[in-house]
Ligand binder design. Structure first.
Ligand code: NHW
Ligand code: EN5
Length: 388
């Protein structure tokens, strides 16, 4: 059934629930001298390239490939539209490896037709912090689909990750592969209901009029929590402490240090936004919330071409109720002109969905580990990991 995935060190469907199998690495590392030194073979017309994301031109090419060929919903109404600034941010975390940003070009025309990327991350799975690659942005040009190029992309990134002495990976996908460590749902909160309904992203509720719907989703003009403000550079140590202690409770979560936090959360216009609550009395940082900006192209609509979506990233509430904190995030997202706010049912997110008028969307997001077995799947609420 899965000609490629059956050959890989991933949990196989037939092994699910087999409690005799140990948790942890499926295969041991091999000596680096035994890792294949040359790239995998590509069909003759194509060549490998390492993408220099620093280069304006290469970054634009990758962005362009993704904007025309990356993930769409099941009805092909929307397609993720990552910006260049976003890609630069996502692909260059502390310790990133240029060789893990992999493209395939047509030899003759030099046209970029496929891409896959990895970035390093320390991810704790139960009691073990594991050095991993996070794999993302796998894309094959629409005209080259179903020719088994994806397995070659995956094997090549695996080889280049192995060359850096890393043997595990984490990735998410909308499709079911062997075997999810968790299967999550997307929920969303409408900020601009009229536009969302006009473009077919959502529907008018039963017995609802447009004006009642607009009223239902109306938000206050300003945030309510005293001391709620944008995160700044000097907040990095406090935010790192908050995140580390919060993420401890989950079965799988990133092991962030201050460098990671500075890179991942320091606000970057139209890429990532983070807020803290600084207690007006003690000046302690008590709460944190963040979202990243991932617009979608609206395919074939006369009036609108871009859906502006904010995606919940990591949130930590210790003093402010999570519900109130998230209501304030909705308010700032609305101020920044986002059309909707998305969140997965991971961590404690389900606790605010109903009250804050989130509704479930129609797609799943499955989480996977490469070369690391878990005996049982995790509940979304046991997961403390969000990939962009
Ligand atoms: S998920 C988003 C993936 N990208 C898209 O959906 C964009 C639009 N689609 C495409 O570009 C986030 C193509 O349809 C793709 C498949 C390229 C998806 N993950 O070439 P063939 C990520 O980027 C398997 C993994 O003929 P295609 C995460 C499929 O099951 N495998 O198909 C990426 C089949 O194998 P099987 C996927 O449609 C994680 C084989 O590919 C997959 O022309 C990557 C068919 O290949 C997916 N999303 O191209 C894994 N979609 O065994 C990283 C399909 O079933 C693993 N397939 O026969 C870790 C590596 C690092 C390890 C380090 C130690
Ligand atoms: C790597 N970091 O399906 C992640 N989007 O899940 C890559 N639905 O926008 C993998 N179907 O339900 C990501 N509206 C996998 C996600 C793939 C993209 C995707 C889903 C969310 C989505 C929207 C629009 C659906 C349009 C048609 C949605 C609300 C209900 C909708 C109203 C209109 C009729 C259908 C239902």
């Amino acid at each position: 059934r899965h000609k490629f995935w059956e050959t890989q060190p991933v949990g196989q469907f037939e092994d699910t629930g087999d409690t005799s199998l140990p948790e942890g690495p499926i295969e041991p590392p091999t000596p680096l001298s035994e890792v294949k030194q040359e790239p995998y073979n590509l069909p003759n017309l194509y060549e490998w390239i390492t993408c220099d994301i620093d280069s304006e031109e290469t970054c634009a090419e990758v962005c362009n490939l993704l904007n025309h060929n990356y993930v769409e919903d099941d009805k092909n109404m929307f397609r993720f539209a990552y910006s260049k600034e976003f890609l630069r941010w996502a692909l260059r975390p502390p310790g990133y490896c240029k060789s893990w940003h992999i493209g395939v070009r047509v030899k003759s025309s030099k046209k970029l037709v496929s891409f896959i990327a990895g970035v390093p991350a320390r991810i704790r799975v139960r009691d073990n912090v594991v050095a991993m690659a996070e794999i993302n942005f796998l894309c094959v040009h629409k005209k080259l689909r179903s020719k088994r190029l994806a397995p070659v992309m995956i094997k090549e990134v695996t080889r280049r990750v192995h060359l850096e002495n890393i043997w595990q990976a984490a990735y998410t996908a909308g499709v079911v592969l062997p075997t999810p460590i968790s299967s999550c749902l997307y929920w969303h909160r409408s900020l601009n209901p009229k536009k969302l309904i006009d473009i077919g992203f959502s529907r008018l509720g039963a017995g609802m009029t447009m004006s009642r719907t607009i009223k239902l989703y109306k938000l206050p003009d300003s945030t309510s929590t005293p001391g709620f403000r944008k995160m700044e550079l000097h907040d990095v140590p406090a935010v790192t402490r908050l995140l580390r202690s919060y993420l401890n409770q989950f079965e799988a979560a990133p092991d962030f240090d201050e460098n990671d936090v500075e890179h991942s959360f320091l606000p970057k216009e139209n890429v990532v936004d983070s807020y803290v609550v600084e207690s007006p009395e003690s000046h302690k940082i008590t709460d944190f919330c963040s979202f990243y900006s991932l617009p979608s192209s609206i395919l074939g609509n006369q009036k609108y071409s871009i859906l502006k979506a904010a995606h919940s990233f990591y949130n930590v509430a210790t003093e402010t109720p999570l519900l109130q904190l998230m209501n304030d995030v909705l308010i700032v997202a609305k101020q920044k002109d986002y059309d909707e706010f998305n969140a997965l049912d991971v961590m404690q997110n389900v606790t605010f969905f109903e009250e804050l008028k989130f509704v479930p969307l129609d797609g799943n997001l499955h989480y996977y580990l490469y070369n690391y077995r878990l005996r049982n799947a995790l509940k979304p609420m046991e997961l403390g990991l969000v990939l962009v």
